[in-house]
Design a protein around this ligand. Structure first.
Ligand code: MN
Ligand code: MN
Length: 468
């Protein structure tokens, strides 16, 4: 073996493979951690489901709903929900909250196909649901795969009907058809963007005609009859529904060595789950620690359940007033300006088949650990919140002390595209913010890929952050 030059060893930065750095025990931990993670992914495909799953895990770990907390209670772990799509968890620290808090914020929504308000129609003796895609997808990836329908229908009287069909073996699945190659000469000449149009993403849902031939739309009526018998709903009830078509199936191990996870919705449930586990295991931290799950990140963080919602501020002010009952707006701002935040979101690992979109010195590698992304954005760092070198140095030091294997990341070559996270919305409150999360392959595809070593290293990073 070539001997390392001492000066090289002293001066050069070297990216490390997590697996090389782990001992037997850590390797086992990483594999075991992925088991719980896969279960979480399978049970939480939509943001509502992910929030329900997370709340269950938090309650088992001793978190109590803020609403149920009695005045003067000494409890240190609690949570709050917002519209079934946001969850905020807190563990009170030993130090006064006025010194600032530590926050990890991630998103639990993922790209998918939403049903339109009037989804059902029939054409050529088949019934379909019209969809409107949610988030940045490559449309051609969503045809000819089995889809399940997940969501809720709210009746006129306010009653909520849960819909979850296509995941169990005995249940039917749904799909979007595509043109056969024999007749696709014109389609094949189109760009990948135009090959499948948004209005062609129609889900096949049935094909049996209603028995009376006088009925105008017989297939559609049979489907409505079925929906009415099964869920007690009418066509108009679908107007007040929120139903998404998502890829069918469980999160699976990938590769002969089972080193990777193949599953829907890993952006960003990998960071959500890792931060959830980290906060659930937290015992008496110095600094008050908070974990937040937001929605609507994939469509720009707009709306009541997004990172721009006031939910997060209300939660923080409720916690603040537990220790400082007279605290108002200005005290809240003080707390925020001395706080540290990890915007926990995934980054794009280098895909060997598409290396040329990356600048190889600065793009993250699969298997090299959690990624610290100092800035995101497009072109000249537009629309990005850039982390301060002071905060990066703090984390570098922390990760070294806590033996977290990490790497830096940028999202592709400067002029190739780009993207953003919730970091910039949180940065408005004048807290220190950095993006830090797991590298993925096939991001936003129906099935995404993550390495188990990177997943565990993400959990270790968040745990180190909370523990200081
Ligand atoms: Mn994301
Ligand atoms: Mn995304």
């Amino acid at each position: 073996m070539k001997k390392e030059n001492p000066l090289e060893k002293k001066l050069l930065y070297k990216r490390k493979l997590v697996w090389d750095e782990y001992d037997e025990k850590l390797r086992k931990n990483a594999l075991k951690f992925a088991e719980g993670y896969k279960e979480f992914l399978t049970g939480g495909k939509t943001e509502r489901e992910a929030i329900t799953e997370s709340t269950k895990i938090a309650e088992e770990a001793g978190f109590l709903s803020l609403e149920k907390l009695k005045k003067g209670s000494k409890r240190k772990k609690f949570y709050a929900l917002n519209r079934d799509k946001n969850l905020a968890l807190a563990v009170l620290g030993k130090r006064p909250i006025s010194e600032g808090v530590k926050i990890i914020i991630s998103h639990v929504d993922s790209p998918r196909l939403d049903l339109k308000p009037h989804p059902l129609y029939e054409d050529e003796n088949l019934a379909f649901f019209k969809t409107h895609y949610y988030g940045g997808i490559k449309k051609y990836q969503w045809v000819t795969i089995p889809l399940a329908l997940h969501g809720v229908v709210i009746l006129k009287n306010g009653k909520k009907i849960e819909v979850n069909i296509g995941e169990k073996k005995e249940e039917p699945v749904f799909t979007i058809s595509d043109l056969l190659p024999h007749l696709a000469a014109d389609q094949m000449k189109k760009t990948l963007e135009k090959g499948i149009e948004g209005e062609a993403l129609n889900i096949l849902v049935g094909g049996i005609p209603y028995k009376e031939k006088e009925v105008k739309e017989r297939i559609k009526l049979t489907i409505l009859q079925h929906l009415n018998e099964k869920y007690g709903i009418t066509e108009e009830d679908l107007v007040s529904s929120e139903i998404a078509a998502v890829p069918v199936g469980e999160a699976r191990d990938l590769g002969f060595d089972k080193s990777l996870v193949l599953a829907y919705g890993q952006d960003d449930k990998v960071c959500a789950y890792s931060s959830l586990k980290a906060i659930c295991e937290l015992q008496e931290p110095q600094i008050t620690s908070i974990c937040i799950f937001v929605d609507k990140e994939e469509i720009g963080s707009e709306g009541t359940t997004s990172a721009q919602s006031t939910f997060f501020l209300s939660f923080l002010s409720k916690i603040l007033r537990r220790s400082l009952p007279s605290a108002g707006e200005s005290q809240l701002r003080e707390v925020l300006s001395s706080s540290q935040v990890i915007s926990a979101d995934v980054n794009a690992g280098i895909d060997p088949a598409y290396k040329d979109v990356n600048e190889l010195r600065n793009s993250p590698r699969i298997g090299c650990g959690v990624v610290l992304t100092k800035f995101t954005g497009k072109g000249g760092k537009f629309n990005s919140s850039e982390a301060s070198p002071e905060f990066v140095a703090y984390l570098r030091n922390l990760f070294a002390r806590r033996k977290v294997i990490w790497q830096t990341g940028e999202l592709g070559k400067i002029d190739k595209g780009g993207g953003g996270t919730v970091a910039k919305y949180v940065a408005r409150y004048n807290c220190e913010v950095i993006d830090c999360g797991t590298p993925l392959l096939s991001m936003h595809a129906p099935l995404e890929i993550a390495h188990k070593a990177d997943i565990y290293s993400t959990y270790q990073a968040y745990s180190a952050f909370y523990n200081g």
